[in-house]
Design a protein around this ligand. Structure first.
Ligand code: SAM
Length: 313
């Protein structure tokens, strides 16, 4: 597995610029008295972690992913850095305990690149509507709830709520009703069972975008994605050193809204990105996944919002 393509990092240089520059405007170096410690909350293929380690002389990265494949893969491809990485197969929502368990009280930077890796989309069951696989969608296979459970056991109201809230779908109620009708005859077992259902309900020109929304909604529910994000943002500031940065890259409006509001409402954070940073045309051309990416960054400053924010124009 270590040799195959895993994931092309999005907004890599921009993310690192925001993450490793302290409030003094320059990255700390090994001349500083203490090692810098960063948390990569979403290790994936290790693109961000490697870049942090290459860009800072003496830093340590706590590398977190709840998907065991990401941890195994990076254990192999980043083996040259093993003295400087602490791997944690955990949910980033538990960030305060993760940092404590790694042996630290606080860290100098926290980064998260949300959603799925390309590997998960193409190799793990349930995530892609373009392949016929079991309705799984669990990033952490130790967890119990699967996409199949959602489709086959949630009641009509619950399903409609998920499709509306997490998928921002137009026909959420009709789709939920249809699911409940159809599963009386045959349960939903594979991704193509879901595709067939939508094909029968949605005009062809909307099919792909509605499939994306439906799959996104189920995935968010199965992996409790929005609550985990709220939790890491709520706990993150408490375990960040003064002047430390928190950088989040999100891929849809629900996530971006949570990040924006959490940064704005946190008294200890100064927002560095007035508007979210987006990928350049050049990056989008070579990495289509970057098209929807939005990067936001903030810095811990205990003087709080009252102090003048020198980053914003
Ligand atoms: C977009 S990929 C990260 C790619 C990575 N930046 C790179 O350069 O390869 C997102 C990763 O975050 C992980 N992830 C998503 N939610 C998580 C959570 N709550 N806790 C831990 N890992 C999570 C996924 O399993 C996936 O591997």
């Amino acid at each position: 597995m270590d040799e195959e393509f895993y994931h092309e990092p999005v907004l890599l240089n921009e993310t690192l610029d925001f993450l490793i520059n302290s409030s003094t405007g320059s990255p700390k170096t090994s001349a500083d008295s203490q090692k810098r410690v960063y948390v990569d909350c979403t290790l994936g293929g290790g693109g961000y972690t490697k870049k942090i380690l290459d860009s800072t002389e003496d830093s340590v990265v706590i590398a977190v992913d709840r998907d065991v494949h990401a941890i195994t893969h990076c254990g192999n491809v980043l083996s040259n850095y093993k003295e400087r990485i602490i791997f944690m197969q955990r949910n980033f929502g538990d960030i305060a305990n993760i940092i404590k368990d790694a042996g630290f009280e606080a860290v100098d930077g926290i980064v998260m690149d949300l959603g799925l890796s390309t590997y998960q989309l193409s190799h793990e069951a349930g995530f892609s509507y373009q392949q016929d696989t079991a309705l799984d969608m669990r990033a952490d296979k130790d967890q119990k709830l699967t996409a199949g459970d959602v489709m086959n056991t949630y009641d009509e109201k619950e399903l409609a709520g998920i499709f509306y809230t997490f998928g921002e779908m137009r026909y959420s109620r009709q789709i939920a009703k249809e699911i409940v009708q159809q599963r009386k005859i045959k349960s939903f077992n594979t991704t193509f069972d879901v595709v067939e259902l939508l094909k029968s309900k949605v005009p062809p020109r909307f099919l792909n975008s509605d499939l994306s929304r439906l799959f996104q909604a189920i995935r968010i529910e199965v992996n409790n994605e929005l609550e985990n994000l709220e939790q890491v943002l709520a706990e993150g500031t408490g375990v960040l050193n003064e002047g430390g940065r928190i950088v989040a890259v999100s891929y849809h409006s629900l996530e971006d809204r949570i990040v924006k509001n959490a940064f704005r409402s946190d008294e200890k954070l100064l927002v560095i990105t007035k508007k979210p940073v987006e990928a350049t045309e050049e990056e989008i051309e070579v990495n289509v996944r970057s098209r929807s990416a939005k990067l936001r960054a903030a810095e811990k400053n205990s003087k709080g919002k009252g102090s003048k924010n020198k980053y914003m124009k």
